[in-house]
Write a protein that binds this ligand. Structure first.
Ligand code: SAM
Length: 281
């Protein structure tokens, strides 16, 4: 027994199923079930919610999510070696855990979920940012999920919550903060994981806002932000030259000096610029 449920401790699960961590799959496991329950609690009240978990591995966070009362957990795992351990958890929580073996970038998770939906994961580092960008740029807003509770390398977490003028401020901060409330809610040292990675980690909690903070067409805003930060040290009039022939006028019209650099411009300014560019096209 492990404290949060009647299943064996994770160190035994790993030993019994021969789950030697593979670097290529970004495997750094959380073995402390009190910690995984704490991470699950950062997702808020899960009663009555479906939870999508990417990369359950041996199931530490999965067990936390179930013990914290998630209605159902849909877990997508690429490593088939983890499936027997996850099957034991399914048996302990009848009807509440569905596991799909596959690549989270390819599986259509939505087809297996019923709203309200939360997403929670200790993400594999190699696909974490790509998944986050996908969740932040859905075809419609509000998105299919109401919150994201995600473990990242500390440096990525800082890019998500970064403020203008900081080195970490860029595309990820703007994408996240335009339509969500994003906060770092927990910091974890390397020793919290087995094996210990080289860097610290942090859990970010993002709540979907009902509507964007400032109006803008998503595709235009994404294009403006991507171009602006592609050459972040250049003045915006140069970095955005290819966007529109009258870019200097459009920048001024949006309240941005053409000589400013991308990292000085707040979200509101980028949204104003996206609207001006869309109107001028
Ligand atoms: N959730 C577990 C924990 O907290 O101990 C494991 C986290 S580990 C950082 C990342 C997990 O994601 C591994 O189990 C790995 O096999 C899985 N994974 C890696 N790439 C994946 C992908 N493309 N799709 C689904 N799972 C993936």
């Amino acid at each position: 027994m492990s404290g949060i449920d009647d299943l064996p401790p994770l160190s035994r699960v790993i030993a019994e199923h021969g789950l030697v961590a593979r670097k290529s799959l970004g495997q750094n496991f959380l073995l402390d079930l009190n910690l995984t329950a704490k991470i699950a609690r950062q997702a808020g009240d899960l009663t009555g919610m479906d939870v999508l978990e990417i990369g359950p591995g041996p199931g530490g966070l999965t067990r936390g999510l179930l013990a914290e009362g998630a209605r159902r957990v849909l877990a997508i795992e690429k490593d088939a070696r983890c499936l027997p351990a996850l099957a034991q958890i399914s048996a302990a929580y009848p009807g509440r855990l569905q596991v799909i073996e596959g690549d989270a970038l390819k599986v259509d998770a939505l087809a297996h979920l019923t709203p309200p939906i939360a997403i929670a994961a200790n993400l594999p580092y190699n696909v974490g940012t790509e998944l986050l960008v996908r969740w932040l740029t859905p075809p419609e807003w509000p998105p299919f999920w109401s919150s994201l509770t995600l473990m990242f390398q500390r440096e990525v977490a800082e890019r998500i919550v970064a403020i203008p003028g900081s080195k970490a401020y860029g595309r990820l901060a703007l994408l996240a903060q335009w339509r969500t409330r994003a906060q770092i809610v927990l910091s974890l040292p390397p020793e919290a994981f087995t094996p210990a990675p080289k860097v610290s980690s942090a859990v970010v909690h993002l709540t979907a806002l009902p509507a964007p903070r400032f109006p803008a067409e998503p595709k235009v805003l994404e294009q403006v932000v991507a171009m602006a930060f592609n050459q972040r040290r250049k003045m915006l009039r140069a970095a955005l030259r290819g966007l529109h022939p009258d870019i200097e006028d459009l920048l001024r019209e949006s309240g941005i000096a053409p000589t400013e650099r991308a990292e000085q411009v707040p979200l509101e300014g980028f949204c104003a610029l996206a609207r001006a560019v869309a109107a001028a096209r």
